[in-house]
Design a protein around this ligand. Structure first.
Ligand code: GLY
Length: 223
């Protein structure tokens, strides 16, 4: 998603190693925002992306093992998916963002998480700031989490305060179960950043001209 509100997403797309680059092509080369499944894959080939078999022998064996019980139960902070969210601000204060994921492992066929949904897994409003999410996408979709955080910053909250409020909204909807992880990061027009999560263990990196800093995120639950 760029500074002008242009955005692109692909979802349920197989056989392409870098879907984030296809999402960018959707934004730049089509009149659409989202392409899904076979249509997204076909578009990727038309744009010059190569067909790649992404199923390793190790993943196949892990999946065969999982099928014995077929339990869908994401483990907190165990990386059974690989969501990465990035927010960037340039010297003129222009903000853009991106996120990418393989999605939850061992999900139902056709399941879509938060990452390709603009407003849920990612949102940028160049007048205000940007936010992105990781964790169990269903909970982020239910609160339109990244859009919520940008709107909270519009109302005057700092990125840190907005991320905390975003997590608390999700907690409020899940009073009886908090056995899943969500992490948000955010940036505002001043380049101030914040991050917050439910369970300890989520970290985010900031990169400035001084270099990289790893930031352990504060969490709603302390252990
Ligand atoms: N946050 C990634 C997913 O739920 O698939």
């Amino acid at each position: 998603m760029d500074k002008d509100g242009n955005c692109g997403a692909v979802l349920a797309m197989q056989n392409i190693a870098n879907p984030i680059s296809v999402a960018r092509k959707v934004m730049e080369e089509t009149p659409h925002v989202m392409l899904a499944g076979k249509g997204a894959e076909q578009f990727a080939y038309e744009q010059g992306f190569e067909k790649t078999n992404l199923l390793t022998e190790e993943s196949k064996q892990a999946w065969e093992e999982w099928k014995k019980t077929s339990k869908y139960k994401p483990i907190i902070n165990i990386e059974n998916h690989d969501t990465i969210g990035m927010l960037a601000i340039d010297a003129d204060g222009e903000i853009a963002g991106a996120c990418t994921t393989s999605g939850m492992a061992y999900k139902m066929a056709g399941r879509v998480g938060d990452s390709p949904i603009i407003g849920a897994g990612l949102f940028v409003d160049n007048e205000v700031g940007g936010a992105t999410a990781t964790g169990v996408g269903e909970e982020v979709v239910r609160t339109v989490g990244s859009f919520l955080i940008v709107e909270l910053m519009r109302q005057g909250k700092l990125p840190q305060e907005a991320c905390e409020e975003g997590v608390k909204r999700i907690i409020a909807k899940n009073k009886d179960k908090q056995d899943f992880q969500i992490g948000f990061i955010a940036i505002n027009k001043k380049g101030e950043t914040g991050g917050y999560c439910i369970h300890p263990g989520f970290t985010y990196r900031t990169y400035t001209k001084e270099g990289h800093v790893n930031n352990p995120s504060d969490s709603y639950l302390k252990s």
